[in-house]
Write a protein that binds this ligand. Structure first.
Ligand code: PA5
Length: 416
């Protein structure tokens, strides 16, 4: 983290206050408010789905999808024994091939649907819902299918709200002041994650820890979050760095990267400006984009994510008469080798003229190195940092006027 930048803590406090008061700033209070209000309801519906279904198909796109997938993959809930119900993700593309794959997986399995769309009119999830609902009804009959459809949408209006009212489907509200990419800690992410066995109380606790330790009025001067938000703006504004690369050494953070890119890309990329969010998973990408990072254009800065090591890593086994020249690593855990690779990469990129940040979220109790608590902390950390950064750049962090353009063209071509 750079420490030669004059951080304006009064400005930081002012921005945070404005964000909280913004009509779209309700997400700021999700860590405390959700804990108190909807957690019970979410948990009991989640239990019903666990009893009835092998799969919960989450139908949604963008902010209504990526946060859930990020946590699901980071915690490897697919392979966890915490819940028999696994998640499938649909409605996040227009690919017939992908949807067929999901229908195939559902053959002979019990399933429920969670359609997540604030507007209720987004084409990709709406089409997937139609197709999957048909399958559900033909499998269980219209009456029984009712208890297998859960809609997460606007509390008052929209196509999904009407659909729920007409058919008596269970719903969860996406609070009015919570936009898609800031919604993972609302029922958008919490409900499907609870179904998949995630400890959503701990996810929210991690976010609350971040809120209390990084953005409360008495924490700003020691806040890494404020420092990160202001430093990245400094690199952009003063040093011409208009690309940020999020880097980690854990492939299970691939979808965390995707969530992060959507959060920053849609929040900052406006008025022909903004930092372009890119990502890498090392060491895979050291054999690919690593070359560019080390030697390419110097308009990049890099943010390394470090998480705790897993508790029981594999170690390098002994081998008689070996030819691979690796005997010096005998008995060394792979986690230690990966940690050295991280340190080496940071050093090499730093010497190559790349400014680097390092964000560590350690949870020593986490069996697999990444826990609900650490993810909740990280999610809230980046949400607030992103909103501060966008404000510093003079753009509204909560709108996305650009995504409407392609829709207009597409609907024209489709004859809507
Ligand atoms: O962050 C956002 O606001 C967007 O990415 C939306 O989440 C995405 O477009 C899906 O919108 P909706 O939930 O209305 O279907």
């Amino acid at each position: 983290m750079r420490n030669d930048i004059d951080l304006d803590y009064d400005l930081a406090a002012e921005i945070i206050e404005d964000l909280r008061e913004d009509p779209m700033g309700e997400w700021f209070d999700l860590p405390d408010k959700t804990l108190a209000s909807t957690l019970g309801d979410i948990s009991s519906v989640a239990k019903e789905v666990q009893e009835s279904s092998d799969y919960l198909v989450c139908v949604g796109i963008g902010g209504s999808y990526l946060g859930t997938r990020a946590v699901y993959e980071a915690l490897d809930l697919e392979n966890s024994e915490k819940s028999r119900t696994k998640l499938l993700f649909a409605g996040n593309s227009l690919s017939s091939f992908e949807l067929k794959k999901i229908l195939k997986k559902l053959e002979g399995k019990d399933f429920s649907l969670n359609v997540i769309s604030k507007s209720g009119t987004t084409l990709e999830p709406a089409l997937a819902y139609r197709i999957l609902k048909k399958e559900l009804i033909s499998r269980y009959g219209a009456e029984k299918a009712k208890s297998r459809i859960i809609l997460t949408t606007d509390p008052e209006k929209g196509a999904l709200r009407e659909e729920a009212e007409k058919n008596g489907y269970k719903t969860f509200d996406i609070p009015l002041g919570v936009g898609g990419r800031y919604s993972v800690l609302s029922p958008v992410g919490l409900f499907p994650l609870a179904v998949a066995g995630c400890d959503i109380g701990q996810l929210l606790n991690g976010a609350l820890e971040c809120k209390n330790s990084q953005v409360s009025s008495d924490s700003l001067e020691t806040s890494m979050l404020v420092s990160y938000a202001f430093s990245r703006f400094y690199l952009y504004d003063e040093c011409g760095c208009d690309v940020e690369v999020l880097a980690s050494f854990e492939p299970r953070l691939l979808y965390f990267n995707e969530w992060w890119k959507q959060l920053f890309g849609e929040s900052e990329g406006k008025n022909k400006q903004g930092i372009f969010p890119a990502s890498v998973i090392y060491s895979t990408d050291l054999h690919s984009l690593g070359q560019y990072l080390q030697d390419g254009r110097r308009n990049i800065f890099e943010t390394f994510l470090r998480v705790s090591s897993e508790k029981n890593p594999l170690t390098v086994p002994a081998e008689k008469d070996s030819h691979d020249g690796l005997d010096y690593l005998e008995g060394v855990p792979l986690t230690e080798i990966s940690e050295k690779a991280l340190q080496a990469t940071m050093k090499a990129h730093d010497s190559g003229g790349i400014s680097t940040f390092e964000i560590e979220v350690l949870d020593e109790d986490a069996e697999n190195g990444i826990s609900e608590r650490s993810l909740g902390f990280l999610i809230f950390f980046f949400e607030v940092a992103c909103a501060i950064s966008a404000t510093l750049q003079g753009v509204d962090p909560f709108d996305q006027p650009g995504v409407e353009k392609y829709k207009k063209e597409m609907y024209k071509l489709l004859g809507k």
